[in-house]
Design a protein around this ligand. Structure first.
Ligand code: PSU
Length: 320
């Protein structure tokens, strides 16, 4: 048994009682095909029905058309599912009282047999347990504005600090504090790469923020080498690959920024806190921008799924 196969078995053992890996994902892992994890909080809490279901299906299609196997992850009826069939995907998209599951909530959600949409943190942890190295999403959680008072820092950052998965995203949502988030990633030795020709960290809805990443590249082989070298060095942190939204999809940054400022003020006035902040702000910004932010969100999700699919496929082929 090779070292990497042994490593995967060790990871799976910890989760084995609960892991339900779909036949297609199992086959892809066994055959060394590229596999891309997809999160489900964006389905349960990020987008309204029926856009959530349609987007979840489109993301899987993007990964497939890039030559890789999608593995959407969710908690259903006391089990952790890696790869969902059509009816499970529909169940995740239509269950009204689904819970948002970060790493802390995995155990509680299994005990209560609730339907759980996994955040970036929980999806990373589960993907790693299943032996999946690439994961696509829209944006990660980060350091919230005003965190010096509230201590509100997403568990996504902690997970990036300890789980060696490459998260392909559009950086940090502009509702958060981007410079502080990048500082936190640096403190925790997370590889922080901008996918592009300029080292300008994206701002989720728009392609540019005022911050820089660690470096920029457009070379898949370099990103794969970075992950491999980090593993060889014994580093356990993950890699953040920040992909700016293509300009043709970028919504008017100022319109969205104004909506974000208003939504943040409303969240504060209404005492919305902790895990409820992100879904509240995203929904409110979508209302205030009359749907423009959702369209942009879906476009960047699809772009990221395509890049992650190509990256995983490239890595799979380089192993052959
Ligand atoms: N970005 C979106 N929609 C989402 C999220 C991010 O456009 O639904 C979700 C992701 O699952 C992310 C989570 O991991 O929000 C972060 O939440 P929190 O700040 O509570 O950790």
């Amino acid at each position: 048994m090779s070292r990497s196969t042994k490593r995967i078995f060790h990871q799976i053992r910890q989760f084995s009682h609960f892991l339900r890996i779909s036949p297609l994902v199992q086959e892809a892992l066994r055959n060394g095909k590229g596999v891309v994890a997809l999160e489900s909080t964006v389905i349960t809490h990020g987008l309204p029905y029926p856009h959530n279901l349609k987007t979840a299906q489109e993301l899987e299609e993007q990964v497939k058309s890039s030559g890789s196997q999608p593995a959407t992850i969710a908690l259903i009826d006391g089990n952790i599912h890696v790869g969902l069939d059509d009816s499970q995907l529909e169940q995740v998209a239509t269950t009204k009282n689904a819970v948002k599951v970060s790493t802390r909530d995995i155990a509680k959600t299994l005990v209560r047999k609730e339907l759980g949409g996994t955040t970036v943190a929980a999806t990373m942890r589960i993907a790693h347990a299943a032996g999946i190295q690439f994961f696509a999403t829209g944006g990660i959680g980060g350091v919230h504005r005003g965190a010096e008072q509230t201590f509100d820092i997403s568990a996504d950052l902690q997970e990036l600090a300890r789980t060696p998965v490459c998260v392909v995203c559009s950086g940090v949502k502009s509702i958060l504090d981007i410079p502080k988030t990048i500082e936190y990633l640096e403190t925790n030795s997370v590889n922080c790469v901008v996918f592009g020709k300029e080292n300008i960290f994206p701002s989720f809805f728009t392609s540019k923020s005022e911050s820089e990443g660690q470096f920029c590249t457009t070379c898949f082989d370099e990103i794969i080498a970075l992950q491999e070298t980090s593993a060889q060095l014994g580093f356990s942190a993950g890699t953040l690959l920040a992909c700016p939204i293509p300009e043709k999809f970028a919504a008017d940054g100022q319109v969205i920024q104004t909506a974000i400022d208003q939504a943040l003020k409303e969240a504060k006035d209404q005492n919305v806190n902790s895990q409820r902040v992100t879904p509240f702000i995203l929904a409110r910004v979508n209302e205030l921008t009359k749907g423009a932010s959702m369209k942009t969100n879906i476009a960047l999700l699809k772009n990221n799924a395509k890049i992650a699919g190509e990256l995983a496929n490239r890595k799979a082929n380089s192993n052959k």
